[in-house]
Write a protein that binds this ligand. Structure first.
Ligand SMILES: [Zn+2]
Length: 182
């Protein structure tokens, strides 16, 4: 892992090389898979829940358009599926991590806080998502500090080039940016 890559990552806890290598591998894989989900009519975001031994618990894409539900962001779907699979509303005993192709929006931050997820890793930062696509990611003051207070570790801006390319292609191919009218 090059020093530059590590420098570009933002976090509310120190990250070591093996953790970052693992997260980079997972997020690059998600970005690659995401292009297939988009071709199937999903929104341009993918999320996966893993346990501490690297077992995949849930992986879901954004299904806002496919299921006519504004709540169906990738993270919301992944948390719902993980809780259903494990039969609990509180994931905290399972020490789970959520990997996401882009930074969570304000709704998903709330859902993560309520879920008991212990760590999140994400690709493209919200300001870039908004700039590239036009999706309104919401206002999120001091959210990384607030997560730290609640015992949720955050690592962001992982493999951003690959993620930005997927978002750029989503727009280039004329896919829907589904903000409500204002
Ligand atoms: Zn969201």
């Amino acid at each position: 892992m090059s020093g530059n890559k590590k420098l570009s990552v933002i976090a509310n806890e120190p990250i070591n090389d093996s953790k970052l290598d693992n997260a980079t591998k997972i997020i690059l894989g998600l970005q690659q898979e995401l292009t297939k989900y988009i071709a199937d009519g999903h929104g341009p975001f993918l999320a996966a829940v893993y346990d501490q031994n690297g077992n995949l618990i849930a992986k879901t894409a954004n299904s806002v358009i496919a299921e006519s539900c504004s709540n169906n962001h990738a993270e919301m779907n992944a948390i719902k599926l993980a809780e259903k699979k494990l039969g609990t509303y509180d994931l905290s005993p399972y020490n789970l991590s959520l990997y996401i192709t882009s930074e969570p929006c304000m709704m998903c931050l709330g859902a993560i806080m309520w879920s008991g997820i212990k760590a999140i890793y994400y690709g493209v930062p919200s300001e870039r998502v908004t700039k590239i696509t036009g999706f309104d990611e919401g206002f999120k003051p001091n959210w990384m500090d607030e997560f730290k207070k609640r015992g949720i570790t955050v690592y962001g801006h992982i493999a951003t080039d690959a993620g930005e390319k997927v978002l750029q292609d989503y727009v280039k191919h004329g896919h829907t940016v589904y903000n409500p009218k204002r």
